[in-house]
Design a protein around this ligand. Structure first.
Ligand code: ADP
Ligand code: MG
Length: 683
């Protein structure tokens, strides 16, 4: 339950004076539904205006306040604006132009009267001009010399927003301090309420902005630290294998050094009573599946069951097939459960899980439905962790009387600070070494106008017995339009390569998709046109060419993942990034980066550097927009400090006790990390 002190802040905007349904609707378009949202809707800057007696070249392009006397009004006739001619205090003639509200302008600016006009001073031919100036009567309060500017939506002015923010600020209570005094002192920060008021008055005040960003990151890190603490306190079962299965495993290759190291870290964790909570980061192709397999076998040797959660149906089936092949001869029983297993097959799997005759289960979300009961679930592996949010991780660790060990795996190479803010509750292992014998994928950036050449090249590749992926651009946020684009591309290519082109996209049903994938895997299709559904896991070694259309519209992490689909066989692989005609400077740099390196971690760090605020790699793509105030560079800078601050607070006080603990609890509520507080209670 949220502390009462904060209730006024979390009340709907309609409870603010002067906000009716109309305004509320406009605010909603900006995502501003409650007073607190207004409070955290930070200004982007300020306008400085100049009060002057008359127009002058030095003022061109500036926001200027002038007293003028109206000499003539020429109402618009059909096309063209209404023009009002006026004379300023120094005898210059100005034209005030109004494009759509001529009637209003004529009323505001009666001929012969003096008015104050405010707007951007421009030159039109050899005339002075202002377009849509604000008009006030002399002596009445008009625009001030300095005004903060907010991100706007149609129908709401900065002035109106400012009034509303002021009203919201009045509701902000004085709160006890949650930041460690030394951190506060060192940075010269003032209390959060003062800082907030400061930002809204002085948008450029960097100390105040930094404090607020810190507050938000601190809340996030505290929530993760709580999660960490609670999960450590839970009881699991130590699992120690005797090596009879892992030793018998028939591998055509030796483990890489990194695989061996990480496997040992996992074994050590699983041997403890405190449940493992470990994130395994490893670039595409670094061999995570094998590490997971070793961990699962360890669990089975110790008499427990293991479950492996895949983000897509395709991937679940692929894992299932791989595991069957490797484990059948060892007598390890593997089953699959997705939304598609129905009837008798499903019933028998459920029974096998309950009586313990199934050792390893692979599947999609279906494996954690309430009806699925395990006899002795000891280990949960989550593949491609970035598809799962914090809430799902919470859910997983909460399952059962004794908590299973958890191994989460991700190929999204996120920078270290972002690992801290997204997975701060977990221990992290990195597979930072590729299995030997890989030829790096050659990447080329090609203008989309050269499409004909690209298709010719594809033709030669196919003629030589090769296979290729063709990835279609993200047209919009909707799967429907992405699918339409992919359909169209597939149709065009099929004209050129009849009978050899397959298509998969997100709107297709599971069995349909699998059938096409199977055809492609078996080599009966030469080209697979796809949307990003092939992003994760898919493994067809003979496909050595990847063409990505509209490459600039993908995130770098995504491009890197897609590229990881090729370069899996012995043949040299190529990735063609087709770019649109208009490419920004940043877009150019990003594609160049893809061309220059295959190192996912390097790409991630650079991408973070190249991207603007609010575009954190991996975060937005996973739908986990964590921060609304803190910009990426602030996260970079402040996350380590906030993490330490949060952990110290918990370690010293053993929870959210004491004055600072209470304050920190308020901070969690303020930034809506309540889930963590609830967890503490249920603990
Ligand atoms: P990812 O980390 O992307 O999930 P996979 O586990 O799918 O990577 O491994 C990619 C490929 O590398 C697979 O074909 C796998 O059999 C192979 N592989 C894994 N470990 C090794 C190794 N130590 N030596 C050689 N090949 C390996
Ligand atoms: Mg994988």
């Amino acid at each position: 339950m949220r502390p009462e002190l904060l209730n006024p802040l979390f009340a709907e905007v309609e409870t603010l004076k002067g906000v009716g349904p109309q305004v509320a609707k406009q605010l909603a378009k900006l995502g501003l539904n409650r007073a607190v949202d207004l409070l955290f809707h930070l200004p982007t800057g300020a306008i400085e205006r100049i009060q002057a007696p008359g127009a002058s070249p030095a003022l061109l392009g500036r926001q200027v306040i002038l007293d003028v006397t109206v000499s003539e009004v020429r109402l618009s006739r059909g096309r063209g604006p209404t023009r009002v001619h006026a004379v300023d205090g120094e005898g210059n003639t100005l034209t005030l132009a109004f494009f759509n509200n001529g009637g209003w302008a004529a009323k505001q600016l009666p001929v012969g009267q003096t008015r104050t006009v405010t707007g951007k001073l421009e030159a039109y031919g050899d005339e002075w001009q202002m377009i849509h100036p604000e008009v006030t009567e002399p002596g009445k309060t008009g625009p001030s010399l300095r005004e903060t500017v907010y991100p706007l939506t149609e129908g709401l002015t900065s002035r109106r927003l400012r009034e509303l923010v002021t009203a919201a600020l009045e509701r902000a209570p004085v709160l006890p301090e949650w930041i460690e005094p030394s951190v506060l002192g060192h940075n010269g920060w003032r209390d959060w309420r003062t800082s907030l008021a400061t930002i809204h008055a002085e948008p450029a005040d960097s100390a105040a902005r930094k404090r607020l960003a810190y507050d938000e990151i601190f809340a996030n890190q505290l929530a993760l630290a709580l999660l960490r603490q609670v999960s450590r306190r839970r009881r699991g079962v130590p699992l120690r294998g005797d090596g009879r299965l892992t030793d018998a495993l028939d591998l055509p290759y030796a483990l890489t050094g990194a695989q061996r190291r990480v496997a040992q870290e996992i074994r050590d964790d699983m041997g403890q009573e405190a449940p493992m909570l470990r994130l395994l980061q490893g670039d595409v192709g670094s061999g995570k599946t094998l590490v997971a397999l070793l961990a699962m076998l360890e669990a089975v040797e110790a008499g427990a069951q293991a479950a492996m959660l895949a983000p897509t149906e395709i991937l679940a089936r692929q894992h299932h097939a791989t595991l069957l092949k490797q484990l059948d001869s060892l007598g390890v029983r593997v089953a699959i459960l997705t939304g598609r297993e129905k009837g008798k097959a499903r019933d028998s799997t459920l029974m096998g899980l309950a009586d313990g005759s199934i050792d390893i289960l692979v599947g999609t979300h279906a494996i954690f439905q309430d009806k699925v009961a395990y006899r002795r679930l000891g280990l949960v592996v989550i593949d491609e962790q970035h598809r799962f949010g914090v809430s799902e991780r919470l859910l997983l660790t909460a399952k059962g009387a004794s908590t299973p060990h958890l191994l989460a795996m991700t190929a999204t190479p996120i920078p270290r600070t972002l690992t801290l803010t997204q997975y701060g509750e977990m221990d992290v292992s990195r597979l930072d070494e590729m299995p030997p014998g890989r030829t790096p994928v050659e990447t080329r950036v090609i203008a989309e106008e050269k499409m004909v050449d690209v298709v010719e090249g594809l033709g030669r590749h196919i003629a030589a017995g090769g296979q290729a992926y063709w990835v279609c651009p993200l047209v919009a946020e909707s799967e429907t339009s992405d699918a339409a684009a992919a359909e169209e591309r597939a149709a065009t290519l099929a004209l050129r390569f009849p009978g050899q082109v397959g298509l998969v996209h997100g709107r297709m049903k599971g069995p349909e998709k699998d059938a096409v994938m199977a055809e492609f895997s078996a080599g009966r299709l030469a080209v697979l046109v796809a949307t990003t559904v092939i992003e994760v896991g898919v493994d067809v070694p003979n496909a050595a060419l990847m063409i990505i259309e509209g490459a600039e519209r993908f995130g770098l992490a995504q491009l890197h993942q897609l590229r990881g689909r090729v370069g899996r066989g012995a043949a040299k692989s190529t990735c063609l990034l087709l770019r649109g005609a208009t490419l920004s400077e940043t877009g150019r740099a990003r594609l160049a980066l893809m061309r220059e390196t295959n190192d996912g971690f390097l790409i991630a760090e650079e991408d973070l550097r190249l991207r603007g605020p609010g575009e954190i790699l991996g975060v937005r793509q996973s739908g986990e927009a964590q921060f609304r105030i803190a910009a990426p560079e602030q996260v970079q800078q402040l996350a380590p400090m906030a993490t330490q601050d949060a952990r110290l607070l918990l370690d010293r006080d053993g929870g959210l006790q004491g004055e600072r603990g209470e304050a920190a609890r308020l901070c969690l509520y303020l930034f809506e990390r309540d889930q963590a507080v609830d967890l503490l209670r249920s603990g």
